[in-house]
Design a protein around this ligand. Sequence first.
Ligand code: FES
Length: 319
Amino acid sequence: MTPALNALVHTLRHEADDILSLELRPLDGPEFPAFSAGAHIDLHLPNGLVRSYSLLNDPGERHRYVLGILKDRASRGGSRWVHEQLHVGQRITIGSPRNHFALHEEAAHSVLVAGGIGVTPILCMARRLKAIGRSFELLYFARSRRSAAFLDELQALGMPLHLHFDDECGGPPALRALLAERLGRSGVHAYACGPAVMLDAFEKDCAALGCADVHVERFTAAEVAAATDARDQYTVELRRSGQVLTVQPGQSLLAALKAVPVRLDTSCEEGVCGSCETRVLAGTPDHRDSVLSASEKAANQVMMVCVSGCRSERLVLDL
Ligand code: FES
């Protein structure tokens, strides 16, 4: 659980079609907690929703957090509220930064791939790599120039930048070919953030090209089926609050946790934001989230309780 912070809406600015930037300033002191490139924060919206957005400003800055927010046509009330109701001067509660999309700064070379609003954490990573003098390049795909936010900021950084606008190029980019030109050398780390279809192709192409150091940040959940040995019914011990509960057949772990008095942060409830990350003290989770890497899932030290289940008779959680 990340501590809540009080922030002031300092600036709201149109950046591209349906995209605005939101600059927050701290109200609890002169500085916000430090963050690393790839991190995101939760906005606790006055309408009761909690939504996660990536930080896009320089990680060296402590006096502000800057987010880029797309007005999602399928909005369940989060991005639409920000676009239509949030105003300059408003006070808002936010969570401290979390990072499940961390930059490996020691890499010999980094290839950053942004699709649409996925440019937000990628821009932050580019600023950091530039600041520490590392070798990197960036590929930015968007439907059109009008829908491509933060183009000026990217161009000002001066790294090799490949731009692709579907409407000017007559269709989507040839991702496999673009990656093949860039992932050949050893020590390359590849990062991508964007629409699910692009990320699925990115992961497939990187695997086919033999690149193992691949990192993605998803805004929408990947379909993850339950494990074949996932339990219908299991016992969950909440070690800190001393409660024991049974997850019944047809019931989700999240529903069972919400039925007891326990403090649990959630935001997306789809396994993409990391808000509900919970330490696993014993037992074997059935990980169905899009946050943890394969090795983190195999380690079974933490789990996203909003979508995951259990493969053992008993699960002990640090709640
Ligand atoms: Fe977002 Fe669980 S609430 S990952």
